[in-house]
Design a binder for this molecule. Structure first.
Ligand SMILES: NC(=O)c1ccc[n+]([C@@H]2O[C@H](COP(=O)([O-])OP(=O)(O)OC[C@H]3O[C@@H](n4cnc5c(N)ncnc54)[C@H](O)[C@@H]3O)[C@@H](O)[C@H]2O)c1
Length: 386
């Protein structure tokens, strides 16, 4: 068995050198919770200069910059557009850290202005928005990377290595998803649960991670058809929110969603995701192939991390065996790697680390599930020419 595991080993001791002569000048759009993770990663990048931050809420960006102790950062903007149109900043790039419904407009405006964009997940709310983002990206020739930091986690990379190694044979069926028993994200207000800000609920918020884990592992085949379901039984219940029954009125998205998706290459994807449910887990992720199967224990799936050792079920010399892959605890800071790889792409050292050409399929599935659920029947996924 040792040989099988050796095949997936990687050297983590090498560190790339960073050229600090050219600094990437960056601005943050939206200074809420996730912007903290961006700011903390920025502090570790010797070739990055944070020069501006903007938020719709007056004073929020200034307080954010003060809290982080950055100096010489302009914050006096009413919205993202004022910031990216401030030519005195000589911006190279922006981080889009707004709630989902503002992802598309901020990204498109920044790309149209000739800026590179690190866009938080999910890519956006609808497939139509994703198509417009891709068109703006293509026209601009700039880098767009979408913020799926779990991709840089060693365990996530292992899932991909296993699928790509051929040990599973032809992959034909995947079950994925996850969720929480009680975990509608309202600790900092209602931007995740309102239709006008969040746009989509559990489906987009944590569903996008589960989809990326398996689709990235198998090379992002194109989605063809989808049957979707979504519900909001917990989100619409005032008793769910002790002290804040009014949140139930505001709840305008899904708290549970499921989908049955046909992918190119005769692969079936069976998916379900929950912010809240009367269950501990809706099941492990399983990837079934003609030569082997992979089980990835479920988690609450807040960011795609795995819940325990993975197991490969396969045959050796006609014997049915299991190979356990221990959880890898290599100290990789995924947020830092997400920013580092984006900067490297901005500097022309590599292509976009999480490209829209892949994530548009992720968005097409999310959007397809929502649309099919609303129509009450299966739909074909049609992605127009970019
Ligand atoms: N990668 C991760 O691990 C991770 C974790 C949490 C959230 N997220 C994603 O990050 C995004 C933001 O989440 P959050 O928790 O920080 O939300 P949040 O609501 O706390 O913050 C968003 C901020 O963006 C501001 N904003 C909206 N539109 C703007 C505009 N046009 N110009 C300037 N500011 C604008 C809002 O005023 C708000 O302050 C979401 O899409 C979420 O899915 C990613």
């Amino acid at each position: 068995m040792a040989n099988i595991l050796d095949a997936f080993k990687e050297d983590h001791t090498k560190k790339a050198e960073v050229d600090v002569n050219k600094k990437v000048r960056i601005g943050i759009i939206g200074t809420g919770w996730i912007a903290d993770a961006h700011a903390n990663a920025f502090k570790q990048m010797p070739d990055l200069e944070l020069v501006a931050a903007s938020d719709l809420i007056p004073g929020k960006a200034a307080a954010f910059i003060k809290k982080h102790g950055f100096e010489n950062v302009k914050t006096d903007y009413k919205n993202h557009l004022e910031m990216i149109n401030d030519d005195s900043l000589a911006l190279d790039a922006v981080s889009v850290c707004t709630y989902n419904c503002q992802h598309a407009v901020c990204t498109i405006d920044a790309l149209n202005k000739g800026l590179h964009v690190l866009l938080e997940k999910p890519m956006c709310v609808t497939l139509e928005e994703a198509v417009e983002i891709c068109r703006a990206e293509k026209k601009s020739g700039k880098i767009l990377s979408i913020g799926f930091q779990p991709r840089f986690d060693e365990n996530m990379k292992m899932v991909k290595k296993i699928c790509q190694s051929g040990i599973l044979g032809k992959i034909y069926y995947i079950q994925t998803g996850g969720g929480r028993r009680r975990g509608i994200p309202t600790p900092f207000g209602t931007t995740f649960i309102e239709k006008e800000t969040g746009g989509i609920g559990a489906l987009g918020d944590i569903g996008c991670y589960s989809l990326d884990m398996v689709l990235n592992a198998i090379g992002y085949p194109k989605p063809l058809t989808v049957t979707g379901y979504k519900s909001d039984f917990f989100g619409k219940d005032p008793n769910y929110y002790p002290g804040h029954p009014e949140y139930a009125e505001k709840f305008g998205v899904d708290d549970f969603a499921a989908g049955f998706v046909r992918l190119e290459g005769d692969i079936i994807l069976d998916f379900r995701i929950a912010w809240a449910m009367n269950l501990d887990t809706p099941g492990d992720t399983i990837i079934m192939g003609t030569k082997g199967g992979l089980r990835i224990p479920s988690t609450e799936c807040w960011n795609g991390s795995i819940g325990g050792p993975m197991t490969i079920y396969h045959e050796v010399s006609g014997q049915q065996v299991q190979t356990q892959i221990p959880v890898l605890n290599t100290p990789v800071n995924c947020f830092q790697t997400k920013v580092r790889s984006f900067l490297d792409a901005c500097k022309g050292l590599c292509s976009s680390p999480v490209p829209s050409s892949e994530i548009i399929y992720n968005q097409a599935i999310l959007s397809g599930i929502a649309k099919s659920a609303e129509l009450g029947h299966e739909i074909e996924i049609e992605i127009p020419e970019i």
